[in-house]
Design a protein around this ligand. Structure first.
Ligand code: IPE
Ligand code: IPE
Ligand code: MG
Length: 272
């Protein structure tokens, strides 16, 4: 297994956290004169392939965008189909994830989901909680702006009740209120399906992610295509605001990932 050196420049580094916008299911199906649902169903195979390859290569966190805050705007039958597929995939895939030593975590506004689905998500999270090989994070009814709004609401509430002195708020303490709290930021951000946009995915967390876009539709994105994306990441130089010379000068020594801005003290607030 490759050593985890995602903060290092180039040299075949493996990203610690990969975030993926799994796009193109509908177009994949349309090209085959199939209903859109067939594309979503075919996409589950790609999820499996990418999870397995992540474990093989030593990726620690994999975040997959399954349903966005904006996807409610789709026709009702497609939304219902996606909910049903989520439940089916949860049942079939979590067992495999557990056997492979993976842990499930679901982020997003789950309150809008059917009760049955919420219950099974909670059960799957508990059943895999002790696993440490890979954290598979599914973003469902997730939006970057929703995440930031919720965090801000909690911070404002804490300030209003006197639990938090606004002067002590830091980037780290704000990040601790996001849905992804406790996990490293994405190093590599992949979008399949040919579009080159972020679609309200991990907005704060991807501040320094390396972006990778591919024209492959999600159901066509298998282990080999994913391995190529990881290899591409390994050839990049991450600078986090420094010069290329500075980065080279640090040699094999890891850079701090996306260091806090110079005026921001290192101190991490203990709130809450
Ligand atoms: C991504 O594929 C899956 C979800 C958004 C749930 P799409 O359904 O967006 O596929 P295209 O973009 O229409 O091809
Ligand atoms: C983003 O894909 C959301 C998911 C993959 C779940 P969309 O296909 O919904 O994104 P837009 O609307 O084209 O930007
Ligand atoms: Mg799409």
């Amino acid at each position: 297994m490759a050593e985890n050196t995602s903060e290092q420049a180039g040299a075949g580094a493996v990203p610690r956290h990969v975030a993926i916008i799994m796009d193109g299911n509908g177009r994949w199906a349309r090209a085959r004169h199939l209903p859109r649902g067939a594309g979503h169903r075919a996409g589950v195979k790609s999820v499996r392939a990418v999870v397995e390859e992540s474990i093989r290569q030593g990726v620690q966190v994999l975040t997959l965008f399954a349903f966005s805050s904006e996807n409610w705007r789709r026709p009702r039958p497609e939304v219902d189909f996606l909910m049903q597929l989520f439940l089916t995939a949860l049942r079939s895939e979590v067992k495999k994830l557990k056997e492979n030593g993976g842990r499930l975590r679901v982020i997003g506004d789950l309150g809008a989901f059917p009760e049955r689905l919420r219950l099974e998500i909670a059960e799957a999270e508990v059943a895999t909680a002790a696993n440490t090989k890979l954290t598979l994070q599914i973003a469902a009814n997730y939006g970057g702006r929703w995440d930031l709004t919720e965090a801000t609401r909690r911070i404002a509430q804490a300030a209003a009740t006197g639990q938090l002195d606004p002067a002590t708020l830091t980037e780290a303490s704000l990040a601790s209120q996001l849905a992804t709290a406790g996990l490293p930021d994405p190093d590599l951000f992949i979008r399949t399906g040919g579009e080159r946009r972020l679609s309200n995915f991990l907005l704060w967390q991807s501040a320094y992610a390396e972006l990778y876009f591919t024209d492959l539709m999600w159901p066509d994105f298998g282990a080999a295509a994913y391995a190529e994306a990881l290899a591409d990441f390994g050839r990049r130089q991450r600078r986090f605001g420094q010069t290329s010379e500075q980065v080279m000068g640090q040699g094999a020594q890891a850079l701090d990932s996306a260091p806090e801005s110079p005026h921001d003290p290192d101190r991490v607030s203990s709130w809450p």
